[in-house]
Structure formats: C-alpha cells, structure tokens
Design a protein around this ligand. Sequence first.
Ligand code: PGA
Ligand code: ZN
Length: 414
Amino acid sequence: KIKKIHAREILDSRGNPTVEVDVYTSNGFGRASVPSGASTGSNEALELRDKEERYLGKGVLDAVDNVNTAIEAELLGMDVRKQREIDGLMLALDGTENKMELGANAILGVSMAVARAAADSLNMPLYRYLGGINAFTLPVPTMNVLNGGKHAGNALSIQEFMIQPKGAETYSEALRMGTETYHALGKILEGKYGGSATNVGYEGGYAPSIEMTHDALDALVSAIEEAGYSETEISIGLDAAASEFFDGETYSIDGKLLKPGELVDYYLELIETYPIILIEDPFHEESFDDFAALTNDAWDTIIVGDDLFVTNVDRLVRGVEMGAANALLLKVNQIGSLSEAFDAANMANRNGYSVVVSHRSAETEDTTIADISVAIGADLIKTGAPARSERTAKYNQLLRIEEDLGEAARYMQI
Ligand code: PGA
Ligand code: ZN
C-alpha cells in the first residue's frame, strides 16, 4: 500500500530542472526521474514548466507540487502493484488529452516510481517485475556516436549517426564492440578535423564541425573497419529528426533543398552506399504518406517512427493502416505513463512493428528504460553514445540484467 509520495526538483543532463519522485510502501521504496527532449514532437504529452524567472522559465515546481498534493492524495493507500489502475486514476485526475493539467512529467515520474516500489516490495528486479518469465532477451544497442541537428552545434542536418553491434553473441560483447568503434571514430575525427572534433553533443556522440552527411557516414565506416569489425557485425542507423530541417515544403540537407520525393531517393541511395539498416524520422512528423513510400521502397530497412508516432497508440494505428514505418520508437515521456507506453509496445508487436526503446536528449541517472527494454523484449535500445554517465547508466544497467539472467540471457537477433 502506498504510504507516501514525495516529488522534488532535480537537474537533468542539460542542466535543466526535472521531476524526481519517491514512492514509499510499508515494505518497499521506488525512485524515478523524468527525461526531456530537445527535438520534441508537437504531438507529445505536455511537459509542465513553471514559466517563472527561475531557471529561465524551465522550473518544474508546479509539476512537483501536483505530485505532492493532488496525486498523492488520490493514490494514498493504493496497492502499489496495481500499476494500470494507478495510471488510470492519474489520467482521470488530469482529465485532458495531453496531460496538460498535472503535467506528463508529474504523472510519468509517479508511474515509474510506483513500478519500482512494487518491484522492491516484491524483492524482484524491475525488468522481471515488468516482464515476468518472458523477460530474458537483451536488446541490440543502437549507439549514437556522432551528433548533428539540434543536438550539436555543427551544420549536419541529420541528428543522429548510430551504430548497431548486431553481430555480437551477447549484450556485453555488443557493448564492447560498439565502444571500441566509438573510440576508433574519435581518433579518426581528431586526425581529420582536429582536436575539437571530439567534443560531444547532447547524447555523448562526437560533434565534429562537418556539414555533409556522407562525410559523417564515411567516418563511421572507417571507424568500424579500424576497430576490426565487418559491416555485417556492426551496421549503421540514422535518426534524421527531419521535422527540424523541413520548412513546410522542402528539406534542407547537404546544402540542397529537396522535395519529399527527392528525399526518398536520397535515402535509397544512402542505403545502397552504406551499411544502413535503420532510419528514424526520415520525414516530418505529419508525413505518414512519405513514410509509407520509403517503407515500401526500402523494404528491408528498419523505418522508425518517433515524432511521427510519439508513443501514442492512435497515431501508431494510423501508421499501421497506411504502412508508414515498420518500427515504433518508445519514449515513456512522450505519452506520460508506463501503462500507455506498454499499450503502444503491445500494439506494435501485434502488427509486426519492431520496438526501439529510447532515452531523450536530456536524461538523468534513472535507468528504468533499460529494464523496460528487456521486459517487453524490445528489438533495440537507443540510449546515446557509450560515454557520459546519463547514457552509460542505461548500458550498464543492461550489463547487470544480463548478469542477473545468467545462462538464461539471450541477445536479440535483428
Ligand atoms: P530528443 O531527441 O530527445 O531531443 O527529442 C531524441 C530523438 O529524436 O530520438
Ligand atoms: Zn528521433
């Protein structure tokens, strides 16, 4: 039974305030904190910010207050294992479509801390509490080793250049292979562009001052080779986050202005030239039809909907009907509760869509998404470069889960 809920304002990895929640039961405790995006989709649940002078308008004391008053009052005495009921009560209390009343950051913080308190009171690791006996597969990490777009100060249109060590036998081997490649990339960039090229962006990937997509991709290919791996062992993925370079008519990339149809061809050429197996948000967030066109043409590429779906079942259903994308990016704070995020994952699974569990560009030391990725048997997890503690916290938690599973652990095949 929930005895006490207490929220506080803490800092995220960008130095902005965010919500942390503690949930106490008679024999358990759970703590969770909430991430935040920079290239956010306009259909995401609302992140409540105070808009006062403190912290440049980014304070979250209203959201904290909502937890400590209205939400606590509603949930006191509830059985902490009744996750779905608890999430439902908070949604009803909020009463809005996008959680603008209480704030998705308030609701999600409680939702995740409740799950942790339940796992703790049952003396279970979180991944097993959430996933039961079916939770034994470690996802393939898709590691963002080179940052562009809104996540870096350079002129690359594409936001994320990722690598997937999919040829590994185990998750820990995958983490090592990816990390070795990250360091090889650092050396290559430093040699070619100078010392400042290894400064990093929001997600720990290098942020060299290069402009052309193919220069970034060439560096990745060299790094994979230099680290001693083949293109079947380590592949490449992109998150274009294309809403950020779309002006309403054309996409501005590599010094050119491309119409949607031309951008389809542009991606098809990239896929042919480089070992690219995944492209996220190739078009802006409302272009279901362009997503469908590329999904159709690039039939064996993982096309991921992030800002397109915003972890929202209704938008995912629309995508399924139109054949837009074939994978869901799962970000818990886009939708704002654990139950709804699981609903989106289930809907994806039922329709043959892959699931990529994801962090945000501003994170905390919270590792809940690592446990979620194993609990739902996600194909991939995207949680940045293998550097910066808010990123490695998740990769390291997966090492612990793999260790805990022992012989039973499997590494996802994609
Ligand atoms: P965001 O970016 O967290 O800044 O929204 C992550 C992504 O686009 O996948
Ligand atoms: Zn994205």
